[in-house]
Write a protein that binds this ligand. Structure first.
Ligand SMILES: [Zn+2]
Length: 686
């Protein structure tokens, strides 16, 4: 591991922040915090923290001694000065005299001691930073350190390796007790460069930002070098089936097995989003004959518990052609996982006085021999975090096993961490959106109505995939929504293209819950004279396109076994033909019937099928030229054409999007057609 310190960059940080009135101390603190944060072998996702002791003017302009410490759960790679809230140091230090300190009291004292009342909550490890005397302190959960300390004889290995350069702190849960213990151990040997926290991580310190940081790099490098010596080969591979099923066949089954019925709303499910990883290191790990032992041994550092739970779900290897067996085994594995989790909770909640409320008993990491690993979460972002931490655990455990035997903290210690209110607070308490955990696919996603629909579904909490034959249009619409939105090239007139697009959606999110089959285009012609080719082309897109998309989606929905929702952009043409518009209206009429057929055939599977009949929405289909032509065909002005309805209001793409969203949320409605046309009694369905 190399130091990332560059004098000119450090100076640039000082100069840049000076313009905002930020001190040199804090500027350098931000600089090296980011250096640490950008290396995933040192910290990941809010793990680790840093601090600086300096002086700062309070709101009254009086200079006070403060500890600027990273905010709880925030990301070090992108930290700004405001992400290192300043806390009055003298108050924190006074706490060391106490025999005990309740979490709630610590939080209140912390908040009351912040210089800026609106600042984020400081790190849960704040007191450890406060009780040590050094100006700069860095703390990481570096992979190499964990591989060495997560061993039965981890303390002895460290003692030999560091030869007095560090002191070793036995495992104590983060918080007040650990802070006191670490400070006592430091004071017994005040010339050390850092502290190694058994089964947790490492602290280094110094009088300058550079010294603390470079001590971190040096000590972690020693651990990395140690891991390269006297390695034994790991792991011995298990006997696996010849043909492993592909990701797009496995993920929906796994996702279905990890979903739970909402016990409050009939027909509703609580789904997880999946994030898949495979690499030679991951496959070596999940294919190991001894996987059941080393994968279930516990977390690599206590901070991972809230994101990954204490142990991952392990399934059997999925054999192609035998997916029914895999489905049964996966469901049984999830049931066992839940029972084990509930028993674990009951055991330790009794010890804690019965005051804790059980979290959901679903896995956050799944290991699939032959295939790879999945992170699971209620959003793509959470699933990604779980997968990142799981991938990191794979590396740490592999290295630990290569030099000895991986050992975690005890189950009771993991429970205390998982149910520590200050840890849970890192996950936030924002109310979930109505479509959280749902995956929505929108065809024609690059068009006006498709883009508006994708935006509305994303705003309601769904993960969205925008499919379009115009890849750039889909990508632009996805970009406007946010980082998690997926753009996929898809031609709905080509079965192979539809199959590939859905496989990509499944690979990205794990399955499909909602499809908005929206892709379409209009052809005109007087029906008695129109070329048959035109009619066939229109059927290919405006009927078969919907059928191909619905069929691909239903296959995935049945594999999940958790129902689903098919939504179709039909058109009022399906019930109210316009002059010379047969080539468009005829396939749309067939699609209206298609909706009802899906409602009939898949109602028992919990799959709903509904349609929106929109009319005269300005879009890629209803272009300005087209509006001119259609208004002429109807013999009215363009303005009257667009708002020529009972309400006299122009219908927009957002109106259509809201109708689709409404249908997605109506769990007791199937076979419905919702009109979004401003009122057209000739197009009324009954
Ligand atoms: Zn830590």
């Amino acid at each position: 591991m190399k130091s990332g310190w560059v004098d000119s960059e450090a100076q640039a940080a000082i100069d840049r922040y000076a313009r905002d009135g930020i001190s040199r101390d804090l500027a350098l603190r931000v600089y090296t915090t980011r250096l640490i944060g950008r290396d995933p072998k040192l910290v990941l996702h809010g793990g680790g923290n840093t601090s600086v002791k300096t002086t700062m003017a309070d709101l009254l302009g009086e200079e006070v001694a403060v500890l600027c410490v990273k905010g709880s759960g925030s990301d070090m790679a992108a930290v700004e000065p405001a992400g290192l809230p300043a806390v009055r140091l003298d108050r924190l230090r006074k706490l060391r005299a106490r025999a005990a300190l309740a979490d709630e009291e610590l939080v209140r004292i912390q908040r009351a001691s912040l210089l800026e009342p609106a600042a984020p909550n400081p790190s849960v490890e704040i007191l450890l930073h406060a009780f040590l005397p050094h100006k700069f302190i860095d703390h990481t959960h570096a992979n190499a350190i964990l591989s060495i300390v997560d061993q039965p004889d981890g303390e002895a290995i460290c003692a030999g390796l560091y030869d007095g350069r560090v002191s070793i702190v036995p495992y104590v849960m983060p918080g007040f007790a650990l802070a006191k213990r670490a400070a006592d151990i430091y004071e017994a040997k005040p010339d050390v460069e850092g502290l190694i926290l058994h089964k947790h991580g490492i602290f280094t310190f110094g009088e300058s930002a550079r010294e603390a940081y470079e001590r971190m790099i040096a000590l972690v490098t020693l651990a990395e070098e140690r891991l390269q010596k006297n390695r034994k080969a790991v792991f011995v591979t298990a006997q696996l089936p010849q043909a492993i099923a592909p990701l797009d066949a496995v993920a929906p089954i796994l996702r279905g097995a990890c979903s739970r019925k909402d016990d409050k709303i009939e027909g509703a499910w609580r789904h997880m989003i999946l994030d898949f990883r495979a690499s030679p290191a991951i496959l070596n790990f999940v294919n190991g004959a001894d996987l059941a032992r080393y994968s279930q041994a516990g977390v690599v550092t206590p901070d991972h518990t809230i994101r990954t739970k204490n142990w991952p779900l392990v399934t059997v290897a999925p054999e192609r052609e035998r997916m029914d067996d895999f489905k049964r085994a996966a469901q049984a594995a999830v049931t066992d996982f839940g029972e084990r989790y509930q028993a674990y909770f009951a055991r330790h909640n009794a010890r804690a006085g019965g005051i804790k409320r059980a979290l959901d008993p679903l896995p956050r990491v799944a290991l699939v021999p032959g295939l790879g690993l999945f992170g699971l979460g209620r959003s793509k972002e959470d699933a990604k975090i779980a997968a990142d931490l799981a991938q990191c655990a794979v590396e740490i455990i592999t290295d630990a096993e290569a030099i000895g035997r991986f050992e975690s903290i005890s189950e009771a210690e993991m429970f205390d961490m998982e149910y520590w209110p200050l840890e849970q607070a890192k996950l936030g308490t924002a109310a979930e959106k109505p479509l959280a955990g749902e995956i929505a696919v929108i065809t024609g996603g690059g068009g006006t109505i498709g883009a508006a629909t994708a935006k509305a579904f994303a705003a309601a909490g769904a993960e969205v995939a925008l499919l379009d034959c115009d890849e750039r249009a889909a990508a632009n619409a996805a970009k406007a929504i946010g980082t998690a939105a997926l753009a996929v090239k898809c031609d709905v007139t080509d079965a192979a293209s539809v199959g590939e697009a859905f496989a990509r959606v499944v690979a990205a999110f794990g399955g499909v819950d909602i499809v908005v089959s929206n892709a379409g285009a209009a052809w005109q012609g007087r029906i008695g004279e129109v070329d048959e080719d035109v009619l066939r082309k229109s059927f290919e897109l405006n009927f078969y396109g919907h059928q191909r998309v619905a069929q691909a989606a239903v296959k995935i929905m049945l594999a999940q076994g958790t129902g689903g929702c098919l939504l179709f952009n039909v058109s009022k043409q399906a019930v109210n033909p316009g002059p010379n518009f047969g080539p468009y209206g005829l396939p749309k009429a067939a699609t209206l019937f298609l909706v009802r057929q899906y409602a009939v055939d898949y109602g028992a599977d919990g799959i709903r099928a509904n349609a929106v009949n929109a009319d005269r929405v300005r879009s890629g289909l209803l272009t300005d030229t087209f509006i001119a032509e259609r208004s002429k065909a109807r013999g009215v002005s363009e303005k009257d054409y667009l708002s020529g309805n009972l309400l006299g209001r122009e219908v927009t793409a957002d109106d259509v999007a809201q109708a689709f969203l409404h249908q997605a949320l109506e769990l007791k409605t199937t076979g419905d057609v919702t009109t979004v046309d401003g009122g057209n009694i000739a197009a009324a369905l009954r």
